[in-house]
Design a protein around this ligand. Structure first.
Ligand code: TXA
Ligand code: MG
Length: 328
């Protein structure tokens, strides 16, 4: 299959309406979309990504008014969060409308809904005229693409079209909040952080701790994510990069002075937001350069730092786990 590259939202939308899957930009990461109401198109997403069938997809809509097409009802907490954060980097989990195929939600009776604010995504979703199911546009288990070039490197020849946009402004995936229980639960941290959510719905809580042993509420969280091929190690700063490894190592962080020996590739970020925005494309470049180890500086767990630390920890999990779960 030849992968067509276009800057035209209407050209990309026409391919989607005919049943094709299309990679498209959003402000978080690039998504891999298909008509959410067409089970056959949705199955093509799972094939292109090599994604496990039990990991549900997020449905994208151009505005909050369309949520009723995919949700059976909208809980009060979801309604409030949508009012404040749509369009934007937030996904709410709500009860699934019976018209949404089981393939989208992996058999769950809930569905994740997101309304991105990126203008190209907005134009694309409007031109599609249907809800669009989309995971991140990477092969399963790999870091999410934040540029169209990364999406192409992941999926060239496996999908019919990539809608080109600029670099994703945020660079980390959306915050996912399950609004189906008595208290909303944050299932995945993202650019909309806990304090912001609580300012709107004070009862929002984190999933950490107590639920570890229960059934997985967000099936995706049990899979490896965000892992590049090089090993990832978290450090407190440049001094922690071992001299013996520097020649084949890369480093990314806020501080980039004081190395005992300068690594092959160094990326200094001016702020946590630049770090988040540049992280996955840095991983990608390091893979291309054949870097052996990527040292990543830890950041304080405040604001966007919560989501960034979450992704860094997942990327740094032992390679053993990585291999086992990549075989999906
Ligand atoms: O920023 C984003 O969210 C990007 C862009 C493309 O919108 N999408 C994205 O999708 O990151 P994906 O599939 O890579 O991650 C979706 C996460 C997974 O962990 C999945 O298990 C969870 O959301 N999820 C989706 N639907 C769910 C549901 N009904 N219940 C619980 N978790 C759900
Ligand atoms: Mg993903």
């Amino acid at each position: 299959m030849i992968t067509k590259l276009t800057r035209s939202p209407s050209v990309a939308a026409a391919i989607l309406r005919e049943g094709g899957v299309v990679a498209f930009p959003t402000e978080t990461v690039y998504g891999l979309g298909a008509n959410a109401l067409d089970a056959r198109s949705v199955r093509a997403i799972f094939r292109a990504k090599g994604r496990p069938r039990d990991n549900p997809l997020i449905v994208h809509v151009p505005s909050a008014e369309f949520v009723g097409q995919v949700a059976q009802r909208i809980p009060a907490s979801a309604r409030k969060l949508m009012e404040h954060f749509f369009p934007g980097p937030l996904t709410v989990i709500v009860p699934r409308h019976p018209g949404v195929p089981q393939e989208v939600t992996a058999g769950l009776d809930t569905v994740g809904v997101r309304c991105p604010r990126h203008h190209v995504a907005q134009e694309f979703l409007q031109a599609c005229g249907c809800p669009v199911a989309a995971p991140s546009a990477n092969r399963s288990g790999r870091p999410s693409p934040t540029t169209w070039q990364m999406a192409l490197a992941e999926l060239d020849g496996r999908i019919p079209c990539i809608l080109k946009g600029g670099r994703a402004e945020i660079g980390l995936e959306s915050t996912v909040v399950d609004c189906t229980g008595s208290r909303p639960v944050v299932l995945r941290e993202g650019a909309v952080h806990l304090e912001q959510l609580r300012a709107v719905v004070p009862s929002v809580r984190t999933a950490a701790g107590g639920e570890r042993h229960g059934p997985a509420r967000s099936p995706g969280l049990k899979y490896r994510h965000y892992a590049p091929r090089p090993r990832v190690i978290l450090v407190d700063g440049p001094r922690d990069v071992p001299v013996s490894e520097a020649a084949r190592a890369a480093y990314i962080g806020i501080e980039a002075r004081g190395f005992r020996r300068r690594p092959l590739r160094v990326k200094r970020c001016r702020a946590v937001s630049d770090y988040a925005k540049g992280l996955f494309s840095f991983f990608h470049q390091c893979e291309r350069d054949g870097v052996g180890t990527i040292f990543c500086q830890r950041v304080p767990r405040e604001g966007l730092g919560q989501a960034l630390m979450d992704r860094l920890h997942r990327a740094a999990e032992p390679a053993r786990t990585r291999k086992a779960e990549r075989s999906f």
